[in-house]
Design a protein around this ligand. Sequence first.
Ligand SMILES: Cc1ncc(COP(=O)(O)O)c(C=O)c1O
Length: 415
Amino acid sequence: MKDRGAGKERWRVETEVLTRGFDPKLSVGSARPAVFRSSTYVFSSPEAAERSFAIALGKIRPMDGENVELIYSRLSHPNAEILEDHMVPLERDASGAAVFNTGMAAISALFLTVCRPGDALLHTVPLYGGTHHLLHQLLEPYGVRPVAVPAGDGDALDQAIAQTERLALVFLETPANPTLRMTDIARAARSAAQRSPRPLLAVDNTFLGPVFQHPLALGADACVYSATKYLAGFSDMLGGVVTAAQDELLASLRGTRSILGDILQPDESWLLDSRLATVALRMNRQSKNARRITAGLADHPRLARLHYPDQFTDPEQRRIYESQCDYPGGIFSIELDGGKTAAFEFLRRLRITRNAVSLGGVESLACHPATTTHSEMNDAELSAAGVTPGLVRISVGIEDWRDLLADYRQALDSV
Ligand SMILES: Cc1ncc(COP(=O)(O)O)c(C=O)c1O
C-alpha cells in the first residue's frame, strides 16, 4: 500500500504529510487510505515468502525501491507503514518511524533494544511516572543500571556521560513532565560523541514535538512519543511512536516490536494517520492559548511559581529554550501556596478544564502530578525533582483562551 518510489520530489512539511507514502491506485482509487484488518498476507510465490522472512530477520537487506511483500500483521501491516511514512516529514532529519500501541510500548521497545544486563541507562529527572516504573521495577531487576541526572544540569550530565561505565543509552525527557525543566540536547549529543563506544541519545519529545522541537536535527539518534497526546490530539486513542535518524536502529526496534507484539493495530494506525495533518494547527493554537493564559496569570497573588518556557527566569533555562525550541507549547504548571490542600481545592473549582491525567488533547485538562502521574516517586525523589505538593499541571486545549483564563482566575481567587 506504500509508495516507496525513490527520487520523488520533496515538498514542505504540510504538503508532504498529506501526499507522500500512500498510492490511491493500491486502494481501489480511494482518496484516503483504507483500513486493512488482515492478520496475514498472501505471498506471490514461496520464493517471495522466503525473501520477506530473510529481510524481516535482518539476514539480507532490501534493494533500493524494492516492494517487500508483507508477512503477518504483528510484524507490519499497510496502515502502520502508511502512518510511519507520514511521520517522516513531520520529524526533521528522520529516516523513518516505528509505531507502537502506546507511548510506554515505544519506550519499552527502545530500552529493551538498546540496553543489555550490566549496561547503564542515563536519564534526566523528573521522568514520566511510567518510564520511572519501567526502569526501576522492570529493568533494574534484569541488570540494567538507571543513573539519574537532574534535568537542565548540563555540567552534571556531561560528567555522567563521561564517567558512567558501560553507558548504552542517554535518555532525556525535555521539557520534563511536569516541571517543564529543559535539558540541552545538542550539548548531550556532543558529550555522547566523545565516548567510545558512543552511547545512543534518545529524547522523549512528547511535550513539544514534532512541531516545536527537533531533537534529531540537534544530534539525537531517536525521539519517542506518547502519540496518545498531541499526535492523536483528541484524547480518544492510545499510541506510541519512535522516530530515528538511522535505518539500522529502526530495523532493530521493529524486530523487538514483532516479538513483544505491540505494533499499533490497523484501525488505530488509520485513525492516528488521519490526525497527523492537523498536528501543527492544533499545537500552534494550544501554544498561543497557553502563552496568553500564562501571561495573564503570572502575577496572581496565589501563585508561588509558574512553570512555562515563556516565563523562564533562570538564564540557562531561557538560553536552552531559545536555542532549542520554536514555541513554548501548550503545557504549563502552577505551584500554589498552601500545598496539596490548595491544589486539590483549585482542581475542584475549575469549571472548564477537567481534572484528568494525560495531555495534548483539544480539550483542557489538569492534574495533581504528586498524587497521580508521578506518585511512583517517593517524597525525597519528588522534592528533589521539584514536583511539590502544591503543583498542578495544566494541558491547554483549543477552547477560547479568554474563557480559560477567567476560569483559572476564579479558581485561584476562591482557593
Ligand atoms: C512525557 C510522557 N512520555 C510517555 C508517556 C507514556 O505514554 P502512553 O500513556 O501513551 O503510554 C506519557 C504519558 O503521560 C508522557 O507524559
